[in-house]
Design a binder for this molecule. Structure first.
Ligand code: SF4
Ligand code: SF4
Ligand code: SF4
Length: 346
C-alpha cells in the first residue's frame, strides 16, 4: 500500500469536526462533573454529546417514522444520526472519511504504519472476509432489536424512560475513569491499527456497517472511465479499503468510504472521479474533489442546522431535573435490562 496526498478540503473537515467534538467533550465533562458533585454547572449541557448515542438515534428514527414526532429527550442525537445517514447516501459512506474522529485517528495510525513498515497488513482473504462480517453481525443485531424486536410502544417507552434521560451521563461515567479492561482493549486497537489499517473500522464498527450499507445506494460514487484508464494501478495502491479500483467501473463496495484518495492519486485527467448514476446522465458530470467534500459535509450541516433553526436541538429537561437524576443514576430506576428500561417510580 502507498500513501497518497490527502485532499485538503477533506482533511480540514476532519480537523474542524475533531476540534468541535473535543470542545463538546470538555464542556460535557464540566457539566456532568458538576451535577455528580451536587452543584449547578457553570456551563450548559452541549446537545452535540447526543451524537455518541447512535442506537438511541436509530430508535428515534423509527419513532419519527412511526409517529411523526421528534424524540424530545435527545433531539440533537436524532439530527446528527439522520445527517450521518443522509450524507452517506449522497456521497458513499462519506461520514467515515469526512467527519468521524475515530476514522481520522484510524487513518493517522494507518498512515503511520505504512511509513514504518512500508505497507499495511491484511489477513488472507479466507480470514479477512469473515472478519469483515463481524461489524455487519453487530449492526444486524442492533437493527433487528430496534426495527423488529421492539414494538413502536416499547420504543417510545424507552426513549422517554428515566434511563434514556441520563444515558449520556451514564456513558460518560463508563469512560471516566475507564476500567483496566477498557484501556487494554483501546490500547490493542490503537496499536493494531498502526499495522492493520482501519482495524476497528474495517472489522468491528457497527456504525460503519450501517453507513456502508447506505453507501451501497449512494448517489455519488467513484467511477472510472475505462476508455482513458492506463491501468497504472495508482488508485488501487492507495485505497485504504483495499479495493481493486483499477478494474472497477463504478465503485459500489460497502467498504468504500468516499475518501477520494484514489481520485487524488490518478494522474489521468477525468479518468477517476466522483460521479452520479449513469441512468440520470451523472456519468458525464464528474464532481470536482473539493465539491464532493462540500456536498457531503453540506448535507450533514443542512440536517443539523434544520433541527437547530426549527427549535429541535435542545431538550427541555431543566438543570434542576438533571441535577437530581444524575446524582441518583446508579439506582435501579435508571437501570437498563434487555433493551427495556423500568418505569419511573411515582
Ligand atoms: S467505521 Fe465507525 S469508527 Fe470508523 S470511521 Fe466509520 S463510523 Fe467512524
Ligand atoms: S490511477 Fe487512474 S489511470 Fe491509473 S489505473 Fe487507476 S483509474 Fe486507471
Ligand atoms: S475506492 Fe477510492 S474513495 Fe473508495 S475507499 Fe478506495 S480510495 Fe477511497
Amino acid at each position: 500500500m502507498k500513501l497518497s496526498p490527502v485532499l485538503p478540503a477533506r482533511r480540514w473537515a476532519q480537523i474542524i469536526m475533531t476540534i468541535v467534538i473535543v470542545a463538546i467533550g470538555i464542556q460535557f465533562t464540566l457539566w456532568v462533573s458538576a451535577h455528580l458533585a451536587g452543584r449547578m454547572p457553570s456551563v450548559s449541557r452541549p446537545p452535540g454529546a447526543e451524537g455518541f448515542l447512535p442506537i438511541d438515534g436509530m430508535m428515534a428514527t423509527r419513532h419519527l417514522l412511526y409517529t411523526g414526532e421528534i424524540d424530545p429527550i435527545h433531539p440533537a442525537g436524532l439530527a446528527i444520526f439522520l445527517g450521518i445517514c443522509l450524507m452517506s447516501v449522497v456521497v458513499a459512506k462519506s461520514f467515515c472519511s469526512h467527519l468521524c474522529p475515530v476514522g481520522w485517528l484510524s487513518e493517522i495510525l494507518g498512515r503511520l504504519g505504512v511509513r514504518m513498515i512500508g505497507t499495511t497488513l491484511t489477513p488472507p482473504k479466507w480470514l479477512d472476509i469473515p472478519l469483515r462480517g463481524i461489524k455487519f453481525l453487530l449492526f444486524g443485531f442492533f437493527a433487528w432489536a430496534v426495527w423488529f424486536a421492539m414494538s413502536p410502544q416499547a420504543i417510545e417507552d424507552f426513549l422517554l424512560s428515566p434511563y434514556a434521560r441520563v444515558v449520556d451521563a451514564k456513558m460518560w461515567r463508563f469512560f471516566a475513569p475507564p476500567s483496566g479492561l477498557t484501556v487494554a482493549v483501546i490500547g490493542i486497537l490503537v496499536v493494531g491499527s498502526i499495522f492493520v489499517r482501519d482495524l476497528w473500522c474495517r472489522y468491528l464498527c457497527p456504525y460503519g456497517a450501517l453507513v456502508g450499507v447506505l453507501g451501497r445506494f449512494a448517489f455519488f460514487k467513484v467511477g472510472r472511465d475505462a476508455d482513458i484508464c492506463t491501468d497504472c494501478r495508482a488508485c488501487t495502491a492507495v485505497c485504504p479499503a483495499r479495493l481493486p479500483v483499477h478494474r472497477l467501473g463504478r465503485v459500489s463496495s460497502i467498504e468504500c468510504t468516499g475518501c477520494q484518495d484514489c481520485v487524488v492519486a490518478c494522474q489521468v485527467d477525468g479518468c477517476l472521479a466522483m460521479r452520479g448514476p449513469e441512468i440520470v446522465g451523472g456519468w458525464k458530470r464528474r464532481l470536482r474533489p473539493a465539491t464532493v467534500v462540500a456536498v457531503a459535509v453540506g448535507v450533514w450541516l443542512v440536517i443539523v442546522g434544520g433541527f437547530r433553526v426549527t427549535g429541535h436541538w435542545h431538550n427541555n429537561i431543566s438543570e434542576q431535573e438533571y441535577n437530581y437524576r444524575i446524582q441518583e443514576m446508579e439506582s435501579p430506576t435508571y437501570s437498563h435490562v434487555g433493551g427495556m428500561a423500568p418505569p419511573e417510580d411515582g
